[in-house]
Ligand binder design. Structure first.
Ligand SMILES: C[S@@+](CC[C@H](N)C(=O)[O-])C[C@H]1O[C@@H](n2cnc3c(N)ncnc32)[C@H](O)[C@@H]1O
Length: 279
């Protein structure tokens, strides 16, 4: 049975990009808004067409489109939120008791809400596996997590020893979700979450770049000279031939793919810049 606050999602498609929402929407089940180009997708945990229509009376230029209703677990990689283990770490929803899982230091509490990054998607899992293996052998002082979503990779990097992480996402709802997860795990002094576009943030100094991003963004980043500033990179979100194209682009810049991790057709890779000493 599904535990926790989420059951059904009611998603309202809006032509327009509202930035502020009535504060009383929280009590009406509002979970957040996802932006795609000229559209906004308003997520509620219950039926709210009347609520949205009332809001639109004062913004008549924003058109209300389809309502999509789906079980929450279909949004979150087809799985209900539940505790699971990845390497030495338990990742658990905050409503689960920690004690039966493991000593508290090895548990990360994570509520992805409507942001990507529950940990059940193969693009996250493959990146996490490479991350743990790397942090077991290399001490990383500073990591940069581009496309942080729920904050899962940034949180895991901190749990596995990274001293400081800058986490960035272009969606405001992901930023607020990741910040809440950082607070929940009392990692505010080690993880900073910022709103921003990965393409503008590439170049922020770090010893490890983490990027689980749509392929177009990833391939754009890999072609930029700033990519050469990182001794280590974990890139994820590629399927099939996409990984070969990214690898070719990296090799063209004299970067070395040291490992690949694959699951269900998704591929993550560990990349090393041999011209920068490992930290
Ligand atoms: C596949 S999810 C990865 C989430 C999490 N890092 C994980 O591994 O599960 C990709 C994330 O990148 C964000 N994103 C997409 N394009 C972006 C861009 N141009 N700049 C920053 N973030 C972006 C999305 O909002 C989403 O949260």
């Amino acid at each position: 049975m599904t535990k926790g606050p989420y059951r059904q999602l009611h998603i309202y498609e809006l032509r327009g990009r509202p930035r502020r929402f009535p504060p009383d929407w929280t009590s009406k089940g509002f979970l957040g808004c996802w932006y795609e180009e000229d559209y906004a997708f308003l997520f509620f945990s219950r039926e709210a067409r009347g609520v949205v229509e009332a809001f639109l009376k004062s913004h008549p230029s924003w058109g209300l489109g389809a309502e999509i209703v789906l079980p929450y677990e279909d949004w979150e990689a087809g799985c209900p939120l539940r505790p699971y283990q990845i390497g030495s770490l338990w990742i658990a929803p905050p409503w689960e008791p920690a004690r039966p899982l493991a000593p508290l230091s090895q548990v990360l509490f994570l509520d992805p809400g409507i942001s990507f990054g529950s940990g059940f998607h193969a693009s996250t899992r493959t990146a996490l596996l490479l991350l743990e293996a790397l942090l077991r052998r290399v001490r990383i002082r500073r990591a940069l997590d581009l496309g942080t979503g729920s904050g899962i990779l940034a949180l895991a990097a901190a749990a596995w020893g990274a001293e400081g992480v800058l986490a960035v996402d272009v969606q405001p709802v992901a930023v607020s979700t990741a910040r809440a997860n950082v607070r929940r795990n009392r990692l505010e002094d080690r993880i900073l979450v910022r709103l921003g576009d990965a393409r503008q943030c590439l170049g922020e100094p770090a010893h490890l770049l983490l990027a689980n991003l749509p392929y177009e963004i990833l391939s754009d980043l890999c072609a930029r000279p700033e990519i050469l500033g990182y001794p280590w990179m974990i890139l994820s979100g590629m399927v099939g031939r996409q990984a070969d194209c990214i690898e070719e682009s990296l090799q063209g810049q004299d970067l070395r793919v040291e490992g690949r991790q694959a699951e269900g057709g998704w591929i993550a890779m560990l990349v090393r810049n041999p011209h920068i000493p490992s930290p």
